[in-house]
Structures are given as structure tokens and as C-alpha cells.
Design a protein around this ligand. Structure first.
Ligand code: SF4
Length: 587
């Protein structure tokens, strides 16, 4: 099994052990919804005159960002269905909406000046009346609402700045492996692994039940997969897109309130899938982003470059004219959907949100589906506490309820979307997508299989011919001017990313530098291109040979793309010391 930590087990270190009844790992919308609803249900239960009381409880939530919301990053236009279920009076309680969608445009772009606007909004893109949000602001609001709660006999701890580094395992009653909590990362460690003067050992957070909501490609979810084989029964692997997004401040009134634009086509090469979004935020801000499917064969696929090119289109240039960049970020999105979902429950724990592929790729939406996962998980946690049964057999009730809910129905209706798109955009693909719409998800070939993203990349010679051995030899089609067209490193500066550089690199090369050198010679080192933060660099000597990959880990915005898309599977992303990473405030 891989060692998923940046640190050794350190048998010489005494670790404090803290006991929880329920532990949430990750401060995203799914886990915060689960925690919020859990508190509601505990209150309801304790009000019953003759029911069993849920008292003397300790509930914790750890988050690797310095503050909850620092690492939250998404589009986004929210389908408010679950939010209403969770908090019907969300508007009165100061929910941070950026405005409701009033004006939607969907484009098929063909060139910098070409393309056409659809005369109607295709079904998957209909968002009229839905709130536009900054996910970072939304989860900060949720955390603040939770912190206001006071429930007698229930101690709730929100613990930002703590990364879970390992799953804690126990032997269950039948010799099975049971999740017993997580260990947090040590702080104050030198790059060589020795302790600094300010060394603080990570704690063992033991819990009766642990909810993993780490977002896409969680490293603890990877550990769970290796030990428990949660993906074994899934038809398809877990797959992703990577998005790069900029927030711009534009002259007042230039972009109307409630404006949303989506596009597909140019600047992506024919046959590759990806697309753009533009959302009007509160004040005079606009979010503009581009997502690229990681099943691409292109070794030089680069969401950041696509975003820069996209801003050259005359429709987008008009929206951004006279504006300036104020924030930047990058993130992977889970897009496999129904046929890629892992087993949702196991002895001592459950998965929610992107970690469980709860995303509708056709609508480019997952927040409402992940939050619904949180609602269903909360009910099962209460039932498990009342029954004092945290076995997989009991917790699978969560999976059943979720998959049979409207959220499961929504995922089922688009179950073949990625499968169709992964086989290339063509009239046959259009026909199969149309049939899927009419039949509630069925299309010829159902279930349509697809490959793991890492296996899709081909050699540079196969994709570009001999002329394109390395990207430096290609015309990128963008003139970076530092105003509208921003170099990657200048963009990264706007993400607020920071890590203590004097710590072990949290990006681990697991198969050795030789594998990277070989990848440079055959595939042009895709990590040096797809990483939206330019963390990886290869520096050839005067004979054009490279010896090793150089990793500027302090720029990492925690998007996980390298962990997903490295064609050699030579990189594992692990959490740095808690608190490091981007600092998103309006993404
Ligand atoms: Fe994303 Fe990996 Fe780059 Fe970090 S190093 S920003 S996780 S691709």
C-alpha cells in the first residue's frame, strides 16, 4: 500500500488521543450540511419526551485550510433544492447570494470571432432564478451559522488548520478492517523529516463514525479505496475535469446583474471536451473560467491556457473590457457520476460529496447533490447512534436512501453523459445524448464504459507529430500582456497561495525520477503543462536532457490534477502541514 503521508509514523512521538462521537473530515458544503442537519436531528430527538437522549456528545470537523472557506472553490450557479430543504429561511439568515440568474447565454464557439448563440437555453443549462454563489463565501456562512448553535449536552468543534493525514484502523468483530478516525498531520517538521524546535505532533482523533468529505480525489479516500476496495463494484473509474478560474472587477454596469454564459467548442481542439463559464458576481465582479476534461489524449492539455485563449473571443473581451484580475484558482471536478460512484458506507464511516462522485456532469453541478448526501448521512448517523451500531451493514442505509432520493434519480438520468462524451463529440454522440434525455438516461451501449484519466494521455509524437515534441516548439496562440492575458505564475499570485517552504514536499514522486525523465522524452511531461499553478518544471541541460522533475510545492493550489492525470501515476498528493494552500475569498 502507498504511504499517503508526508511523514513517517514516528513511533518515538507521544500523540494525544481525542475521542469523538462523530468526526467530519473536510469543511466543504456536503460535510457542513451533514453537521448542520445532524444538530437539527439531535435537537428534535432530545425534545421527544420518551425517546433516548443523545447527550454527552462530542462532534468535530477538521479542515486543512487555515479557515473554513479558504480552499472552497467552485463556479457556481447553485441549484438551491437542498439548501431549501436544509434551511428554508436561508435568505432571511443572510445567505451570501451573488444575485439570481436572470439572463443566460449558451454559445457554440468556433473561433476568436466566430460562433453562435443558441436561440434557446438547452435543458441542462437552464438556471433562471437560481442563485449565483461564491462557494468560499457560502461555506463560511454555513460554518458561522453552525457556530451559533448551542445544544445542551452537545459539544461541537470546528477545527480549521488541521489536515487528516492517515485513516486510523481497528480490527472489527469479524476480523474486518474498521475505520476508527484519523490522525492529523505533524507540524514543525524539517524537509528532511527531522523535528523543528516548534514541532507539534499530530493527534489521533478517534471516532465512532467518520464522514469523509474531502472533495475530489481525497487522499484519505484513496487510502480507503486501497484498503477497502470501495470502487470494486463500480462500472467505471472515478474521472475528472480541471478548471481554471479568474475573478475580474469590471466597470460598473458593464455586465448586467444575473448574467450567466456557458460555451463549448473553441478554443478546445475538435473532439476534446471542455467548456467555459462566465458568472456575474455581486458588486462589479465577474467570474470567468474554463474546464478541460482530463480524459483528453492531449499531453499538453492546459485549462489555464484555454482560459487565456477564451478571453480573446470578442463576446468575452467586451465583458471584461477595462477590468482587472482580482483572484485566481484551479480545481478538479468529479464528473463520472452514477456509474463511477464508490460504495458510500463501510464499517465506521461514510463518503459524501465529490469524494463520492456526487456530480451531474451534464449540468456541471454537484453542490446540491453533495449537500443532499450530507442530509442523508446525518439521518443515518442519528439512527446509528440510537442503535449504537456503526457497522457497514447498518450504515449502508445511507447509500440506499441517497440513491433512491431525487439526487440519485438526477444522477441516474445522466448516467451515460460522460460515457458518451468520452468517446468523442460527433453526430452519433449527439444522437446518444438526445436519447438519454428522452429515455431518462438510457442510451445505446448502456452502461457506456470509459477509461481512467491517467491512461488516456498519448505520446507527443502521436498527438502532435514529430514537430511538437515539447510544448516550447508550439505556437500557443496567446500573447501574454499581463492585462487581459495573464501568465500562469502571475495568476497563481492572485490565489493567495502560501506554504511554509521549510517542510517536506507534500507532492510525492513514488516511482522515481527516472520515470519522470522517460515521461519527458515521450509525453513532454504533462504535469508541467496541466498544473494550473506551474508547480512542476523540467530543466533540460545543454544537450536537451533532464535529470529530474523540480517541484515548487509552495505554489500548489491543491487541485489534485497531478494525482489524477500523471500518465505514469508517479505523483501522490498528500496534505501539507495544516493551514497551507490557497486563500480563496470570492472563488
Ligand atoms: Fe494541482 Fe498538483 Fe499543481 Fe498542486 S501540484 S496545483 S495539486 S496539479
Amino acid at each position: 500500500m502507498h504511504d499517503f503521508s508526508t511523514q513517517s509514523a514516528r513511533p518515538d512521538v507521544d500523540r494525544e488521543e481525542l475521542e469523538f462521537d462523530v468526526l467530519f473530515v473536510g469543511g466543504g458544503p456536503s460535510n457542513l450540511t451533514a453537521l448542520w442537519r445532524l444538530l437539527d436531528l439531535i435537537e428534535d430527538q432530545n425534545r421527544k419526551p420518551d425517546g433516548k437522549k443523545l447527550e454527552g456528545l462530542t462532534i468535530g470537523l477538521i479542515e486543512k485550510g487555515d479557515e473554513i472557506g479558504d480552499h472552497a472553490f467552485s463556479g457556481a450557479v447553485l441549484d438551491p433544492k437542498t439548501l431549501i430543504e436544509l434551511c428554508p429561511d436561508y435568505q432571511e439568515r443572510g445567505f451570501p447570494s451573488e444575485g439570481d440568474v436572470k439572463n443566460e447565454e449558451v454559445w457554440l464557439m468556433t473561433s476568436e470571432r466566430g460562433g453562435f448563440k443558441f436561440p434557446f437555453t438547452p435543458p441542462y443549462f437552464r438556471n433562471h432564478g437560481n442563485p449565483i454563489i461564491s462557494l468560499s463565501r457560502m461555506v463560511r456562512w454555513m460554518a458561522a451559522e453552525i457556530e451559533k448553535r448551542e445544544i445542551p449536552g452537545v459539544d461541537v468543534m470546528l477545527l480549521p488548520g488541521f489536515a487528516g493525514i492517515h485513516v486510523l484502523w481497528e480490527d472489527g468483530p469479524t476480523g474486518n478492517r474498521r475505520v476508527a478516525g484519523v490522525q492529523t498531520a505533524d507540524k514543525g517538521v524539517n524537509p528532511d523529516g527531522s523535528k523543528k524546535a516548534n514541532f507539534e505532533p499530530g493527534n489521533r482523533l478517534k471516532s465512532k463514525i467518520t464522514i469523509f468529505g474531502e472533495g475530489p480525489r481525497g487522499h484519505l479516500a484513496r487510502e480507503l479505496e486501497e484498503v477497502l476496495g470501495l470502487q470494486k463494484e463500480a462500472m467505471n473509474p472515478q474521472v475528472y475535469e480541471t478548471g481554471a478560474k479568474e475573478i475580474w472587477e469590471v466597470p460598473p454596469g458593464q455586465v448586467p446583474e444575473g448574467f450567466v454564459l456557458h460555451s463549448t467548442g473553441w478554443p478546445m481542439a475538435g473532439g476534446e471536451s471542455g467548456g467555459s463559464f462566465v458568472y456575474k458576481l455581486g458588486g462589479d465582479r465577474v467570474a470567468v473560467g474554463y474546464v478541460v476534461s482530463l480524459d483528453t489524449q492531449d499531453p499538453f492539455a492546459d485549462a489555464h491556457l484555454m482560459l487565456q485563449k477564451f478571453k480573446a473571443h470578442e463576446r468575452i473581451a467586451k465583458l471584461l473590457k477595462g477590468g482587472k484580475l482580482v483572484q485566481y484558482g484551479g480545481k478538479a471536478l468529479a464528473i463520472g457520476g452514477w456509474y463511477s460512484m464508490p460504495r458510500l458506507a463501510f464499517d465506521g464511516g461514510m463518503l459524501v460529496g465529490d469524494a463520492a462522485q456526487m456530480v451531474n456532469a451534464a449540468r456541471l453541478k454537484g453542490i446540491h447533490l453533495g449537500m443532499k448526501g450530507g442530509l442523508c448521512a446525518a439521518q443515518t448517523i442519528v439512527d446509528a447512534m440510537l442503535a449504537d451500531d456503526f457497522s457497514e451493514a447498518f450504515l449502508m442505509q445511507y447509500s440506499k436512501v441517497y440513491l433512491e432520493s431525487w439526487a440519485g434519480e438526477e444522477l441516474k438520468r445522466t448516467r451515460n453523459f460522460h460515457g458518451v462524451v468520452a468517446h468523442g463529440l460527433s453526430p452519433w454522440a449527439g444522437f446518444r445524448l438526445g436519447l438519454g434525455l428522452l429515455t431518462g438516461g438510457w442510451a445505446p451501449g448502456d452502461p457506456i464504459h470509459f477509461m481512467d484519466d491517467a491512461d488516456c494521455t498519448v505520446t507527443t509524437e502521436r498527438y502532435y507529430g514529430k514537430a511538437g515534441l515539447h510544448r516550447d516548439s508550439l505556437d500557443l496562440g496567446v500573447k501574454f500582456d499581463g492585462e487581459r492575458f495573464i501568465q500562469k505564475l502571475d495568476d497563481v499570485y492572485q490565489s493567495g497561495v502560501a506554504h511554509d517552504e521549510h517542510q517536506p514536499a507534500h507532492l510525492k514522486i513514488v516511482k522515481g525520477d527516472d520515470v519522470c525523465v522517460n515521461c519527458w522524452e515521450t509525453k513532454g511531461s504533462p504535469c508541467t503543462i496541466f498544473c494550473p499553478a506551474q508547480v512542476y518544471e523540467m530543466h533540460p541541460d545543454e544537450r536537451g536532457k533532464v535529470k529530474k522533475v523540480e517541484i515548487a510545492f509552495s505554489n500548489c493550489v491543491h487541485c489534485k490534477t497531478c494525482d489524477i492525470k500523471c500518465p505514469e501515476q508517479n505523483v501522490i498528493w498528500t496534505p501539507p502541514e495544516g493551514g497551507g494552500g490557497p486563500k480563496y475569498t470570492i472563488c
